[in-house]
Design a protein around this ligand. Structure first.
Ligand SMILES: Nc1ncnc2c1ncn2[C@@H]1O[C@H](COP(=O)(O)OP(=O)(O)O)[C@@H](O)[C@H]1O
Ligand SMILES: [Mg+2]
Length: 284
């Protein structure tokens, strides 16, 4: 099993190395990076190119580790027991009918190797990663209700992503192979855009990229636009048929680029950007 990149996804050399290192070490790959730098998509693409089904677990602030293992649906069982006459009470007597399997259970008991994505682990509370240490390490857990040990038939290829909103515990980090997706440089970004918009005019791309990196480099920006925002913006520029001239600053005037709402997501950032444009205009 080796990941070599894919047609839809631009993977840098060091990212491919990291993916393959994690597979070799049989450790989860912990991918960090700004939102929109392709962390979730990486898991999808690796799974696809290795021919593995992908099980996804999207973490929220309320997600508990136990939900990834299983949950015991006592409420349904109680209700069924009250309606017992209907099916003779057969269903109620078997507790297995009320165990709701989580993604880890499904991944562990799948007949073929699978890929498992634990997406945005930093959304959960601080105990969450610690609660999964043993399961991730030993690839097994115990179901108390049915008194069975669920052990992985095949070790899944595990991806864990984080937007860096919270620090992760050391004991957890020790068990992962780590990779930080650096924000793509202009060259890599051109490849990424090329994947999404193969026929884009070079001049338009160059002008849009210049504006994009100018915006990103504005000091004091609250939320820097990332890859996905650039792609959104380009999509709009193409759809609205925005002429190249609208993006290029002429000698006598510099203008706020059209549809900047695709790049800047709060009013302070827009104001900051307008100020800069205004100052540039006055300096000429
Ligand atoms: N390396 C890349 N190659 C191709 N598309 C990319 C790449 N990085 C980001 N994208 C684009 O950006 C979008 C957002 O990526 P996503 O995986 O959701 O980011 P994250 O999970 O890091 O927030 C993707 O849907 C894809 O269109
Ligand atoms: Mg994501």
């Amino acid at each position: 099993m080796k990941f070599q990149g894919s047609d839809n996804y631009v993977a840098t050399q060091d990212l491919m190395l990291a993916v393959n290192a994690a597979i070799t070490l049989k450790r989860p790959l912990l991918v960090k990076g700004e939102p929109g730098t392709g962390k979730t998509m990486l898991a999808e693409e690796v799974a696809q190119s290795l021919g593995l089904p992908l099980l996804q677990w999207h973490i929220k602030s309320t997600t508990k580790a136990q939900q990834g293992l299983y949950e015991y649906d006592a409420v349904s069982r109680l209700r069924d027991s009250q309606l017992k006459d209907v099916d003779g009470g057969e269903r109620v007597s078997d507790i297995n009918n009320y165990i709701v399997k989580g993604v880890l259970w499904q991944a562990f008991t799948a007949d073929q190797p699978v890929a498992l994505l634990i997406d945005e682990i930093d959304k959960a509370d601080i105990e969450f990663p610690n609660d999964l240490l043993r399961e991730i390490d030993r690839m097994e857990f115990y179901c108390y209700e049915t008194r069975e040990l669920i052990r992985a038939k095949h070790r899944p290829v595990v991806f864990i992503t984080s937007n860096n909103e919270k620090e992760l515990p050391d004991a957890f980090l020790r068990r992962c192979f780590f990779h930080y997706i650096k924000f793509p440089d202009a060259e890599t970004m051109k490849h990424i855009v090329g994947v999404h918009f193969p026929g884009l005019k070079q001049e338009l791309l160059a002008a849009a990229m210049k504006t994009f990196y100018d915006v990103r480099n504005l000091p004091g920006l609250k939320k820097k636009p990332s890859t996905s925002e650039l792609l959104d913006w380009l999509k709009l520029l193409v759809a609205e048929d925005i002429p190249l001239e609208a993006l290029q600053s002429k000698d006598d005037k510099v203008a706020v680029p059209p549809l900047v709402g695709a790049l800047l997501k709060n009013e302070q950032d827009v104001t900051l950007f307008e100020k800069l444009v205004f100052m540039q205009r006055n300096n000429r």
